[in-house]
Design a protein around this ligand. Structure first.
Ligand code: ADP
Length: 341
């Protein structure tokens, strides 16, 4: 769907020049959720903005859906941009227009007839879960709702590619999760290719299939999320891996249970984890013939600390399964407590 071939972007500044993006080669497949992670100044924004020619590369080519964007005429580019839409960190909504009017805006520009616009807006409002908010103004919405409007507007013209420019960076962790879930739903339902940039490992781990790590304008490492983060070869990648052991990764209920030291409390667990861990979870479920993704056991030991741990003596599963689960724990697969008594 997207190919970048030796793409460079040099900005001329009064003190000389900045190589914002330096010889980047990438291929992104149709239907893929592709993440680009890097610290501030790494070149992520410049790179993603070249995917719809908001920035023109100094050299190299950007091909999207078979078209070399830098070779397109102005009108060709306008048309191509309908297929490559974007959502933003600060939503970029039209503040004097209602939710419905915001979503209808790209349809108006594309000359879609009124009846069809109304129908399409209804459909999009439903898709992003904003029923009942159509007549609200952006200022009356929460951050998560604003981003839902941004997503609906970006999908209005049935794009092939959705670019997400730090789309969850202004949101709290819970809202971030709900927006990421929505992106996965859209990716699966519509087969949309999604490219996102972020400085947050959590975002990559939760929804991306593949990742590229950027530093100083270059892609220093790329591949399937699990491979890259299990076997990082670059220092910067190792740094990002460390982010996932941060306290906020632990669900509040595990933290609370760990501090209560609830010996013999019965808990039910489910593996959540991100997209990247799904293969391990599926593998464990299949290999050990655990019928559902919910296990029950007694708390045998707790560990309090920056992030709490519970050791669970599982009921009705043999030691092999316990071993597998221990292995998953070492891999920091997230576990969620379904219920406890
Ligand atoms: P990131 O999104 O990873 O934070 P950016 O792509 O915004 O990185 O920036 C990469 C580098 O390019 C930085 O050094 C930044 O200062 C520089 N840069 C970005 N845009 C411009 C611009 N319009 N003019 C000059 N320098 C720029």
């Amino acid at each position: 769907m997207i190919t970048l071939d030796a793409v460079r972007k040099i900005f001329k500044t009064k003190d000389g020049q900045v190589n914002a993006v330096d010889q980047v080669n990438l291929t992104i497949d149709q239907g893929e959720i592709f993440g680009i992670i890097g610290y501030s100044g790494a070149g992520k924004s410049t790179l993603i903005r070249m995917l719809n020619m908001l920035e023109r590369p100094t050299s190299g080519s950007v091909t999207v859906a078979g078209q070399d964007l830098s070779k397109l005429s102005k009108s060709g580019l306008r048309k191509a941009r309908q297929e490559i839409s974007m959502i933003f960190q600060h939503f970029n909504l039209l503040w004097s227009r209602t939710v419905r009017e915001n979503i209808a805006f790209p349809l108006e520009i594309a000359g879609v007839a009124r009846a069809e616009r109304l129908r399409r807006v209804d459909e999009l409002i439903k898709l992003v879960g904003l029923e009942g908010r159509g007549e609200s103004y952006p200022s009356q919405l929460s951050g998560g709702q604003k981003q839902r409007v941004g997503i609906a507007r970006a999908l209005a013209n049935n794009p092939k590619v959705l670019l997400c420019d730090e789309a969850t960076s202004a949101l709290d962790p819970k809202t971030t999760d709900s927006i990421l879930n929505l992106l996965v739903e859209i990716n699966e339902k519509l087969g949309l290719t999604i490219v996102l940039i972020t400085h947050e490992m959590h975002v990559i781990r939760k929804i991306c299939h593949r990742v590229a790590v950027m530093e100083n304008g270059r892609v220093v490492e790329q591949g399937p999320v699990l491979d890259v983060f299990r076997h990082p070869s670059e220092e910067i990648t190792k740094d990002f891996v460390k982010q996932i052991t941060e306290p906020e990764e632990t669900t509040d209920v595990i933290k609370q249970l760990a501090s209560e030291k609830p010996q013999n409390k019965i808990v039910q667990l489910t593996f959540v984890g991100g997209r990247a861990e799904q293969p391990i979870i599926t593998e464990v479920i299949r290999k050990f013939n655990v019928q559902v993704n919910i296990l029950q056991g007694k708390v045998s030991q707790t560990q309090n600390g920056a992030y709490g741990s519970l050791f669970i003596q599982l009921e009705g599963v043999d030691s092999e399964v316990s071993d597998a689960i221990n292995y998953m724990n070492q891999q920091q697969v997230e576990v969620e407590v379904v219920s406890y008594e």
